[in-house]
Design a protein around this ligand. Structure first.
Ligand code: F6P
Length: 351
């Protein structure tokens, strides 16, 4: 089952699981595909898959199983449809005669995976997300492909920024975690990087633009995470500043930052929002390798009946963590992250 937002590497991981299982157990393996994430598990939307469906998908983006966001917080809430979702998921699990459920997903997916594990189901998680914010693993599949795409965006924006003497503000995905912005910002040579983990101050941002101008640089590139917020907002509850933004008619700080820079520095400023392009298309070679490592390792765990765990990369080793230790925790960019130190050493402003 694939759940949450799609990302490159989901199909490569499914292939990794399936091929390794067929290799190990031959015709004793039956793989059931659950459609559209937990929604399919709740509604009994599953089918027996054949071997051929796992061929030719290593390079294909998205997910052949379909996916959906099913809010974790509502899993235990019985809504107007009167469906007890936890009971329904357990019913599907038993109806499909699953020995084990493999869930490919991010933080929400892992929370529900842990919930089902606590309910007595055999569950193995696989960490996917372009945000790279799953606790207990150094990296998630999908992240490095997104970094490559975001880096290419920054590269391409550079030429226009330089030619037109402009400040370019590029909004990158990542609502609560800034890994994608930080890594692509460093890879693309951004001059200013703003992350949700480090509230920015617009005066400092403008000072960085002006410092570059004094040094003869006629342009500046900002890599801004979609979840970035300023110091004034940091003093409020998240809900409060989000409501203020909604009232003013905007969601992310990107436009506001661009307007402020233009007004305060006099530099012509433009924005670029690559959005879901960062999650689309074929996985990079790195992600194909990682997906194959993770998928084949999950197959080994399933064959050995090691359940209630999620796959992780620690250093160069693929390992597993108990779902209970991962669920409900996010891995944000820590203040002492090595890559932040790298950015600072390179003279990048972090706002
Ligand atoms: O979780 C991955 C992610 O791409 C985030 O970076 C982003 O905030 C969110 O998903 C967007 O979700 P959706 O595709 O549901 O709009």
């Amino acid at each position: 089952m694939t759940a949450g937002g799609d990302c490159p590497g989901l199909n490569a991981t499914l292939r990794g699981v399936a091929k390794a299982l067929y290799e190990r157990l031959g015709d004793d393996v039956e793989i059931i595909g659950i459609s559209n994430g937990y929604d399919g598990l709740i509604n009994g939307n599953w089918r027996v898959m054949n071997r051929g469906e796992f061929s030719g998908i290593l390079t294909v983006g998205g997910t052949i199983l379909g996916t959906k966001r099913t809010p974790f917080k509502l899993m235990k809430v019985i809504g107007e449809d009167k469906v007890d979702k936890v009971k329904a998921m357990k019913k599907t699990y038993h109806e499909a005669k699953l020995d084990c459920l493999l869930t490919l997903g991010g933080n929400g997916t892992h929370k529900t995976a842990n919930l089902l594990s606590e309910e007595g189901l055999n569950v193995i998680g696989l960490p996917k997300t372009i945000d790279n914010d799953i606790f207990g693993t150094d990296v998630t599949f999908g992240f490095h492909t997104a970094v490559d795409i975001a880096t290419e965006v920054i590269d391409r924006i550079h030429t226009t920024a330089g030619s037109h003497s402009r400040v370019m503000v590029i909004e990158l995905m990542g609502n609560k975690a800034g890994w994608l912005t930080l890594y692509s910002g460093v890879a693309g040579g951004a001059d200013i990087i703003l992350l949700p983990e480090l509230p920015y101050n617009i005066e400092r941002v403008c000072a960085a633009v002006e410092k570059r101008a004094r040094a003869g640089k006629n342009f500046s590139i900002l890599a801004v995470a979609e979840g970035a917020f300023d110091e004034a907002e940091a003093g409020m509850k998240r809900k409060e500043w989000m409501a203020k933004r909604a009232e003013a008619g905007y969601k992310t700080a990107t436009n506001r930052i661009a307007q402020q820079i233009e007004r305060m520095t006099g530099f012509e400023t433009r924005i670029c929002v690559p959005g879901h392009m960062q999650r689309g298309g074929s996985p990079s070679a790195y992600d194909r390798v990682l997906a194959t490592q993770f998928g084949s390792y999950a197959a080994k765990l399933a064959a050995e009946e090691c359940y209630g765990v999620t796959v992780a990369l620690k250093g160069t080793q693929v390992v597993y963590n108990p779902l209970s230790e991962v669920a409900g925790k996010a891995r944000n960019v820590p203040k002492d992250a090595e890559m932040l130190a790298v950015a600072r050493r390179m003279g990048v402003s972090l706002g």
